[in-house]
Structures are given as structure tokens and as C-alpha cells.
Design a protein around this ligand. Structure first.
Ligand SMILES: C[S@@+](CC[C@H](N)C(=O)[O-])C[C@H]1O[C@@H](n2cnc3c(N)ncnc32)[C@H](O)[C@@H]1O
Length: 240
């Protein structure tokens, strides 16, 4: 029997739910989230969520969702991992959460003003499915804001020569699954090119407002980062 690869991601986020939550709560253990990715998501979402209905895809334990609530937004959360959602429910008793693989997301038609997603998109093989499902969930002129592993960072291999580490790029154009990990988790993600991502968005009615490649503030992350770890895209949805 063929196992859906998303099952492995769910298994790891279930297994390490407590450790992941603890890591995400601590800026020292998650500096890339706190100082590189979150500030950009915050800059885009904070001014627009108040009084609006949002949906967070891959909400994990609901840490960012709590912020959106504190800015006056009404948010539902979706995640494939039951254990992450258990913590999210405990930490955010006023929000609604659904255990769901976004590949099979079926919300009411045009239910949300905003859909956003923090560092989940790279787990998906089929982006067409995602943009189709998000388009279904959004109102006309709704917003889709998401962050993901920067496509350029995904093709880098670290090669050590005489105790020096060099970044060597693999073929950018080959879409492939790659393995990586954090806090003991064994994860895989998918490399998609910018053209594949943006063409799929165009096909489903998303007009891009901004493509951002956030950098680390020097006072927070001391080591030099020469390749953007993340990309953030903000878009507006137009129904045909
Ligand atoms: C790196 S975590 C980010 C969690 C949260 N957004 C945060 O910033 O802390 C990625 C999340 O995406 C979820 N995820 C991965 N693949 C998914 C899928 N196919 N459907 C729904 N959630 C998924 C994982 O379970 C995990 O909670």
C-alpha cells in the first residue's frame, strides 16, 4: 500500500508536539522564527486582521494565531497534527481548530477575508491543490499571505573542505523532495521554483502584492547569513 508522504510529516509533528511548542515559545531556540520570519508576517497582517475572519493553515500549537487574536482578529486554525492542535486548543480556548490535511481542505465557499500560513507551504508537493482550496475558502478580494523555505536555500548543499564550509547549489530547476530536520524530527519538504509557485497562484486568481526575502537583524543573530532562509508572499484574490 502506498503511504501518503504527508503522513510522515504528521507523525513527526505529533511525536515532537511538546518539544516543538517549547522551542517555538523561546526566541533563543527559534531565532529564525522570531527575528526573520515573524516580523514580516506581523508587518503585513497586523494592520488588516482586526474585525476580519482569518484562517491559519498549518497553525501548529497556535502561537502566531494567539497574536492575531490579540490584534482583534477572529481566527480559525487548521493543522494536520492532532497533537499540535491539542496544545493549540488548550492555549487558545476561544478559537476554532480543525485537524485537517490542507490537501483535503474544504471550507464553506468564500468564508474567509484572510488566509495566512507560516512556514507550512514547503511541506506540500501539489501547490495547485493548495491554491485551489485557498481560492475556494476566500472572499473576493481576500488576502493570502504565506511564508515558506526560500527556493534558493532549498537547493544548497553544505560541503566541508579543509574545515571550511561552502554552500554549493544543486540544480534549481529540478523539483524534488528533500530531507531535513529540527529538534530530532526527521522531516521532508518539496522544492518548487518561483515560477511554479507564482504561475500556480496566477492560475487560481491570486495577484501578488509583495515578495519578501527577510534578513536577520545583526544584533539578534550574530552569524552571517548569505542566503535568505525564507520567502514571504502577500497576495490578493480575484474571483473570475
Ligand atoms: C514548521 S511548523 C509551523 C507551525 C506554526 N505555523 C508556527 O509558526 O509555529 C509547520 C506546521 O505545518 C503543519 N503541516 C505540515 N503539513 C501539513 C498539511 N499537509 N496540512 C496541514 N498542516 C500541515 C505541521 O503539522 C506543523 O504544525
Amino acid at each position: 500500500m502506498k503511504v501518503n508522504p504527508n503522513h510522515y510529516v504528521r507523525r513527526e509533528f505529533d511525536r515532537y508536539a511538546n518539544e516543538y511548542h517549547e522551542k517555538r515559545l523561546d526566541p533563543k531556540k527559534s531565532p529564525f522564527n522570531y527575528y526573520i520570519e515573524n516580523p514580516v508576517m506581523e508587518r503585513i497582517l497586523k494592520p488588516i486582521v482586526k474585525g476580519r475572519k482569518s484562517l491559519e493553515l498549518g497553525c501548529g500549537t497556535g502561537i502566531f494565531l494567539k497574536k492575531v487574536q490579540s490584534w482583534g482578529g477572529e481566527v480559525d486554525g487548521v493543522d494536520i497534527s492532532e497533537k499540535q492542535i491539542e496544545i493549540a486548543r488548550r492555549e487558545n480556548p476561544d478559537a476554532k481548530f480543525y485537524v485537517c490535511d490542507v490537501d483535503y481542505l474544504k471550507t464553506s465557499f468564500g468564508k474567509y477575508d484572510i488566509v495566512y500560513s507560516s512556514l507550512m507551504l514547503h511541506y506540500l508537493d501539489d501547490l495547485d491543490k493548495l491554491f485551489f482550496n485557498v481560492a475556494r475558502a476566500l472572499k473576493d478580494f481576500g488576502r493570502f499571505v504565506f511564508s515558506f523555505h526560500h527556493p534558493f536555500s532549498e537547493i544548497m548543499d553544505e560541503v566541508k573542505v579543509k574545515n571550511k564550509v561552502y554552500n554549493v547549489p544543486k540544480n534549481y530547476f529540478t523539483t524534488r523532495r528533500y530531507r531535513w530536520g529540527m529538534i530530532g524530527m526527521q522531516l521532508h519538504s518539496y522544492h518548487h521554483t518561483f515560477e511554479q509557485i507564482t504561475q500556480s497562484m496566477k492560475k487560481h486568481g491570486f495577484l501578488i502584492e509583495e515578495i519578501l526575502e527577510p534578513q536577520a537583524p545583526e544584533d539578534k543573530i550574530s552569524r552571517e547569513i548569505t542566503i535568505p532562509p525564507f520567502c514571504v508572499i502577500s497576495s490578493v484574490f480575484f474571483r473570475d
